[in-house]
Design a protein around this ligand. Sequence first.
Ligand code: CDP
Ligand code: MG
Length: 813
Amino acid sequence: LGLLRRVESYLGEFLSQKSRTKETFQDLSFSRSNSSGSIATDEGLFEQPESFASSKGVMEKHLWRRSMQLRDKQQAWQESPEGRKMLELRRSLPAYKEKDALLAAISRDQVVIISGETGCGKTTQIPQFILESEIEAVRGAVCSIICTQPRRISAMSVSERVASERGEKLGDSVGYKVRLEGMKGRDTRLLFCTTGILLRRLLVDRNLKGVTHVIVDEIHERGMNEDFLLIVLKDLLPRRPELRLILMSATLDSELFSSYFGRAQIIHVPGFTYPVRTHFLEDVLEITGCKLTPYNQIDDYGQEKMWKMSKHAPRKRKSQIVSVVEDALKAADFKGYSPQTRESLACWNPDSIGFYLIEYLLCNICESDKPGAILVFMTGWDDINSLKEKLHANPLLGDPSRVLLLACHGSMASAEQRLIFDEPGDGVRKIVLATNIAETSITINDVVFVLDCGKAKETSYDALNNTPCLLPSWISKVSAQQRRGRAGRVQPGECYHLYPRCVYDAFAEYQLPEILRTPLQSLCLQIKSLNLGSISEFLSRALQSPELLAPKLGKMLLVAAIFNCLDPVLTIVSGLSVRDPFLTPFDKKDLAEAAKSQFSRDNSDHLALVRAYEGWKVAERDFAGYDYCWKNFLSAQSMKAIDSLRKEFLSLLRDTDLVDTNTTTHNAWSYDEHLVRAVICYGLYPGICSVVHNEKSFSLKTMEDGQVLLYSNSVNARDSKIPYPWLVFNEKIKVNSVFLRDSTAVSDSVLLLFGGSFSKGHIDGHLKMLGGYLEFFMKPAIAEMYQCLKEELDELIQIKLLNPRMDTHSYHE
Ligand code: CDP
Ligand code: MG
């Protein structure tokens, strides 16, 4: 939910009050003068849309002139040959037919809901209709339309598309803003942004001053941010009666949203798709000449999972397993399955046989005469990568003169994005391996064949163990229909679902909203930071444990500021908020891990990152940053992101007076590594596991999960001995087993002083788990001494929070 927000909420009242006055978030607010904002807000422009006279009276001269210019520019484009051609194209989209009804509804009602098939033109057209009509009514200079997208990639690609439909450069009247990137100018009136960006703006600008329209796209996905945004906006509507809210959804579940917003009007855009022939696994296997066996007869599946998970297993097992599956597929008879097998089919794992089948099907289609691109829905980024590698080795599919093989996922570069929309030359078949991002938010026009593996990675939350999970789960019926629909856009299509029909029948109708699948802490923080009043009872449990609530990274920054070791901690906190900068290419794992370990001297991934970043910074000064990254298997993009996040966090801290604006001491390049380790521990607690050494290596245990494992690229995973009894970690993820991402080893005394609150029995819990391992510290006198030190430390932090200007320079000693 964005580290910034977490930092902010932790710093609480403080920051939100100060930043409101100081306008810390200038980059987030829109480039409009206050006077224009107040005109749009206070004068009720929507009440008399047809008569402009009244608005003219109140509109300042320069805004009026600007609005006229915008109108003239728009008209000139619409009358130009290119503009006409573009308009022709846009008119062919189903959304165009609803234009008048939509604009009428918007001028009448505060909330309007629009639903329509994917590709009917909701995202590209509807914000544009509003913009055009505002410009035509000579209100161009005072309108400000925000359209949110759940994903960066759609905000970027859609804004580019809309700008080109208006014959403009991106950043003129149409712009975008996603975290760390954006393109908008003085005249940007329609801004596409991620939902997170708008939520962040709401933190400092609760009334969305000056904004005239908010469009929330893809609400059917029921993402956490989108749902939360709707809660906040519903709260805002009575305070801003002239603000218009437009909700857009791809599926027909709009009734729910309509009743949430007091029976808001729903406008449905009828779509048109060609018929799509559906094949389930049974049919697919018939094509391949095999038959399917029920799941429980292929007991090797469990083993394959093991193979996937365990990094040390010999590679040759792979081919062995594929042949086992093949044989099983060939031998078994699928059609006569019994009720028991139905049950076991519920655990059918499409990934296990998926690759083999997908390769087979792709070859089949490529050899057929029927033209059209192929869209393959995979579970996640890892899958896409390994499948791509497998397909590259195929003589037909790996031949670039015949097949254009592309990947499509949320975090790819913009240049790669564009290739997906291009149509390849004659005789070349386009194959796109995509995550569920291609389900509704991205439309690839020329798709005729869809392969659907039936699963998607879904964030969920193991409430029992307080562990977030990212596990492949079955999609819903609605998602399966969406995926199928992608095949019928240009001509009759074919959809191959790589699971049996009975599994499809067992799918849930809709996916469970994310807000019901994620931990409540982050939601609480948002509610608190937006001052939405008291948090209702069901959240009380989360509130009672402030240790869990306290946002880790914010804590870390705060304590680092007190102990004057902010520089390395800024790097660590920024590093934890971006994609892992240490790359591990599939085929060069060992080299990459070795490269990382040269940054590690002290059993800490966090300190390894600090050194990697410092090295990059030095190289960057000689314009050799890119080389440095290449040599050391680092992501240059992540390094740059870290660089800019560091600046952002520092300015946040400065605005709260927590760091001195004048001195540069906290930016000194030298620091005490033990101190940094302690600060990391302070921030990451209670993310802690104990290191239990046995003869050859060690195992790790947490209180909640028992045995846990390290990701293979952790510097601690390469060591056979860790010279400290504890590891603190930022994140654990359940993928079959529980895995820890970055970790730092810490000593007993650091844990006692910097880990959690001594008095509340947290440390006690750890001691019990280890059965007297820390006996020494339990001796009353020593325990008392630690208790005193700890209390002093806690007090110091409190005082610093209440009195940020207090000088703490001497404390680190
Ligand atoms: O939002 P919705 O799914 O209803 O449709 P859209 O994203 O507005 O797309 C409408 C049309 O514009 C589709 O036919 C897309 O293929 C096309 N489009 C495009 O050609 N290039 C883009 N970057 C985005 C959309
Ligand atoms: Mg859309």
